[in-house]
Design a protein around this ligand. Structure first.
Ligand SMILES: [Zn+2]
Ligand SMILES: [Zn+2]
Length: 98
């Protein structure tokens, strides 16, 4: 029931730091791994139904900045029915009130 409000977290592919959400991961990689040229698979895309699990980037941070500069859930919501969006909004507003 809370699925639409769940924030997914990812592991940094460079240093294995855990618990980063999409934007945290992007900031983290920009800050710590900007000069790291290791080829990695995008952790975010791997876990995304319409992402590319084979995506193998030689410019992962550029990819993060380009593709993950927003929460994927914001995009996902665009594909939901209006009814689902309303339900999410209702749930969210209940949350805010308590
Ligand atoms: Zn890291
Ligand atoms: Zn990606």
């Amino acid at each position: 029931m809370d699925e639409c409000l769940t924030v997914r977290t990812f592991v940094c592919l460079y240093c294995q730091e855990d618990g980063l959400d999409e934007l945290d991961l992007r900031d983290h990689c920009n800050e710590h791994h900007a000069s790291d040229s290791k080829h990695v698979v995008c952790a975010v895309c791997v876990q995304t139904p319409n992402g590319d699990p084979q995506y193998y980037s030689c410019n992962f941070i550029g990819h993060l900045n380009l593709r993950h500069c927003y929460y994927l859930d914001d995009i996902t919501n665009l594909n939901q029915t209006d009814e689902m969006n309303i339900q999410c909004a209702i749930l969210a507003s209940y949350r805010d009130n308590y």
